[in-house]
Design a protein. Structure first.
Length: 169
């Protein structure tokens, strides 16, 4: 019985292969290959056209560029120096200045700016000990000593003071 089923399936597969091959260019992309070839030709023609005459930007593109410039300026306003350790471990989720935002977009982690060093230290200790659940935080803090946690907490707690000093400069 198994041999009969296997034989029928084999004949079906061979017939299917013959049908696909009879439709032409089966292994070279079929009809879709022609579309891709045409697309490549139009890209070449478009590149030649754009290099010969400068294209003016639409009003929408100009507005988007202006908005991006303002966002960058706003994101850099009030920026202050942070340690390389903070940049490498914390900034990707909490923002370069602990605001929870970067370039006008919300980050993954919550806002740290304005929290006291004691509160930050307690949170870091809780994450490390597993009293608060967050696999990313636990993974980052697992191999740090308490003194390093205290250093992070003191730095983050000092952010408002640093921001004010940067604004006064």
């Amino acid at each position: 019985m198994k041999n009969i089923v296997v034989g029928i399936l084999t004949l079906f597969i061979v017939a299917l292969m013959a049908w696909v091959a009879s439709n032409g260019r089966a292994y070279q992309g079929g009809e879709h290959n022609k579309v891709i070839e045409d697309f490549g030709d139009s890209q070449t023609q478009q590149t030649v056209a754009t290099t010969s005459a400068p294209v003016e930007k639409s009003d929408r593109e100009k507005e988007n560029e202006e908005l991006d410039a303002l966002r960058d300026k706003a994101g850099n306003a009030g920026s202050f120096k942070v340690s390389q350790e903070y940049k490498s471990k914390c900034a990707s989720c909490h923002g370069a200045n602990g605001s929870g935002f970067q370039n006008g977009k919300a980050m993954v982690g919550p806002q740290l700016f304005g929290q006291s060093a004691e509160k930050i230290y307690k949170s870091l200790s809780d994450f490390k000990a597993g009293r608060r659940e967050n696999t990313v935080m636990k993974g980052l803090l697992l191999h740090l000593e308490d003194a390093e946690l205290k250093t992070f907490a003191d730095e983050i707690g000092d952010f408002p003071k640093r921001a004010q000093e940067a604004d006064n400069e």
